[in-house]
Design a protein around this ligand. Structure first.
Ligand SMILES: Nc1nc(=O)c2c([nH]1)NC[C@@H]1CN(c3ccc(C(=O)N[C@@H](CCC(=O)O)C(=O)O)cc3)CN21
Ligand SMILES: CC(C)C(=O)C(=O)O
Ligand SMILES: [Mg+2]
Length: 275
């Protein structure tokens, strides 16, 4: 069944859980779509897992458009959400709407996601008013790594927790259709989930969120630069890949690959004339 912003909103009302994963290319998105994943996020985490940067700050609009289009072609039923990269929405409401529009038109997104609370509520409102669904993102917002001083759990003090609750209400009020909660204590994520009428999608935010999301290379054991506590490995594809690459390398060196079954033939009469 086709997932839309409406599906996400009604899932919360009917207490159905939402599943999301990140993807950055056509073939991975297609597998997730066929597996029945509700939403696919073209995350700016592509800066880490695809491009090899240490953080997400260098990711560009062109990167997001390029990967958004690829994912959109593979996702028939999953809702495709594309991350707005660092500095594509913080500079002005005009820039925010303009760049959200590019992610829809050129990136073929079904919705966009941006990081922040009250400070971006005007942008969320303006993008929503342009007919573009917005997913909000609170807690550990990686584009603010330099302001946080590192990747840390958010909202642990009373003051920080209150700010998160108020920000969640602010993004809902501004028109966001869903909210990602990243690295937030489980009980606070539960309180936030109960305090708003839009679905919360957790990553390191516990089981009471309305949905869950993980970076796919993390859950498949394909990424090892860092492994947050919230990651569960559903398969060790990284090891499987490395073993296959080694075997391929070995077989080439030994002359085992390619053998007859992977080779094209020509009539002997033809080839003899060429010698
Ligand atoms: N591969 C990948 N997975 C992600 O989940 C992810 C990205 N990349 N890139 C963008 C952000 C960065 N993220 C991160 C990165 C590190 C931690 C981390 O090391 N967290 C500590 C918290 C320690 C604490 O405060 O108690 C941890 O041990 O989980 C968390 C989220 C989440 N996002
Ligand atoms: C971790 C998720 C929520 C994200 O924003 C990303 O992948 O960029
Ligand atoms: Mg992101």
């Amino acid at each position: 069944m086709k997932n839309t912003v409406t599906t996400f909103k009604s899932a919360k009302e009917s207490n159905e859980k939402l599943s999301m994963l990140t993807a950055y290319d056509y073939s991975t998105a297609k597998l997730m779509d066929e597996a029945g994943i509700n939403g696919i996020l073209v995350g700016d985490s592509l800066g880490n897992v695809v491009l090899g940067y240490e953080d997400t700050l260098s990711v560009t609009m062109e990167d997001m458009i390029h990967h958004g289009r690829a994912v959109a072609r593979g996702a028939k039923n999953s809702l495709v959400v594309v991350d707005m990269p660092f500095m594509s929405y913080q500079t002005s409401v005009y820039d925010a709407v303009k760049n959200a529009g590019r992610l829809m038109k050129e990136g073929r997104a079904g919705a966009v996601k941006l990081e922040g609370g009250k400070e971006v509520s005007e942008a969320i409102n303006a993008i929503t008013n342009a007919g573009i669904p917005v997913m909000a993102h609170l807690g550990l917002t990686p584009q603010s790594i330099n302001a946080f001083g590192g990747f840390k759990v958010q909202g642990k003090s009373e003051e920080a927790a209150k700010k998160l609750i108020n920000d969640a209400k602010a993004v809902e009020e501004a028109g966001a259709f869903a909210l990602v909660l990243e690295c937030v204590p489980e009980k606070l994520a539960k309180l936030i989930t109960e305090s708003i009428n839009i679905p919360t999608i957790g990553i390191g935010a516990g089981k009471y969120c309305d949905g869950q999301i993980l970076v796919y290379q993390d859950m498949l054991g394909m990424f090892s630069d860092f492994t947050p506590k919230f990651v569960k490995k559903y398969a060790d594809i990284g090891s499987v890949m490395k073993e296959a690459f080694k075997e391929y390398n070995d077989e080439i060196n030994k002359g085992v690959f390619p053998s007859g079954e992977h080779t094209y033939k020509i009539d002997d009469e033809v080839i003899e004339k060429l010698y």
